[in-house]
Write a protein of this length. Structure first.
Length: 186
């Protein structure tokens, strides 16, 4: 028999803790000789080929202007060992401080974009803005990943996932069901 739950009303402003599926990422940008990094949890895969990623960045964020003007960024995936940096970057304004220096991170040149790759992150996805139609109304960027850098190991990194109110969970146990997988259905 399927499990059931006794439910109670819940504030709709808090539902993100149940829906945010992807890992926290660090978005690095470059504009007019300056680098910046922001912590982001609002992103989603939109298409596989071309590889499109949607993300919401408030227009009040310094990275919004840098990404909007340059048209490119790098989505960097940190692991648990960078949790203090992830939180610190999210609580620091890029207009006032060099976040690479403050948090001891290494900017390396991208191969396709001018935005820096963060050396200490597990993976780096160089992206270009593919569609700006949702910016004015929703601050929603649609990015195309044009170059990906991922190590062979570990196969499943220990990524951070935001649950709201300063609470994170770590990626954990994996369940494999390859016999049920049909390419193109997910």
């Amino acid at each position: 028999m399927a499990k059931t739950y006794k439910k109670a009303d819940f504030p709709v402003a808090g539902i993100r803790r149940f829906l945010e599926p992807g890992p926290i990422v660090l978005v690095s940008t470059h504009w007019k000789g300056k680098h910046n990094i922001m912590t982001m949890g609002w992103h989603t895969v939109m298409e596989f080929s071309p590889s499109l990623i949607g993300c919401m960045i408030t227009a009040a964020n310094h990275s919004y202007g840098m990404l909007e003007k340059s048209g490119e960024c790098v989505i960097n995936i940190p692991e648990i060992h960078l949790i203090d940096e992830v939180i610190g970057i999210g609580n620091t304004r890029g207009t006032r401080v060099d976040k690479f220096r403050k948090f001891g991170l290494t900017p390396e040149p991208g191969e396709v974009v001018d935005a820096p790759v963060i050396k200490e992150c597990y993976a780096n996805f160089e992206c270009k803005v593919a569609d700006r139609r949702m910016l004015d109304k929703y601050n929603f960027f649609i990015l195309e990943c044009v170059k990906a850098h991922v190590p062979a190991r570990p196969k499943f990194p220990k990524t951070l996932h935001y649950r709201g109110e300063g609470i994170f969970m770590l990626s954990g146990r994996h369940v494999a069901k390859p016999e049920l997988f049909r390419p193109g259905n997910i």
